[in-house]
Design a protein around this ligand. Sequence first.
Ligand code: MG
Length: 254
Amino acid sequence: MKQKSAVVLTLFVLASSAWAQTDPKATEQWEPEPKVITAGKQDSAPPSDAVVLFDGRDLTQWETSKDHSPALWKVHDGVVTVEKATGNIQTKQHFKNYQLHLEWQVPTDITGEGQARGNSGVFLASTGPGDEGYEVQIMDSFKNKTYVNGQAASIYKQTAPLVNAMRPPGEWQTYDIVWTAPVFAADGTVKSPGYVTLFHNGVLVQNHTQLSGETFYIGKPKYKPYTDAAIKLQAHGDHSQPISFRNIWVRPLD
Ligand code: MG
């Protein structure tokens, strides 16, 4: 009896593996269906499931990083311009993993050189009111030499961009970023590191780049546990003309 059921089982296994190898339906997946959303009219426009962070009208989604007071950067003509005196601004809402779109513009009358030329930055997760967190560099890297892991589209002081895709001052630049946040164990150790994929003006410049920790001006990167965080824009302390932003939206991926 035992032998008979073993034979039946063997035949069943053979038959089902034969089915899996001959029937195309065996490798079709039908559930769960991806949620239907409405894409933006152009690739840069927010899709229906995006959180719009800045649409040219006001900074209601933002606050001053140092004291959580209203963000005071200047909104004009559908753009927002960095106000160096009032410091970094950040989103009121916190995020983990996401897709982020933002556009930025270096003014045509930009002066200064190296890091002191249109320097700003987007911190993908802010872990303090100053420059703490994970910065993707924003600055004028159009014919402006600086250390390569500090030029535009670098992971600051960690990874240079694959290519320099800068448009000249006066033209709008786009960043499309995929941020996979680091995950920490209960004891604070890193379970999985953070990763950044970045398209600068549609060109791949960071390809699932693994981060070694937060991006520091001085010293080696290291991780500090957090669970969710604001997205922060940098008011850099140099004396060059401030840059502007427009059309900022995010799609949480949790
Ligand atoms: Mg910067």
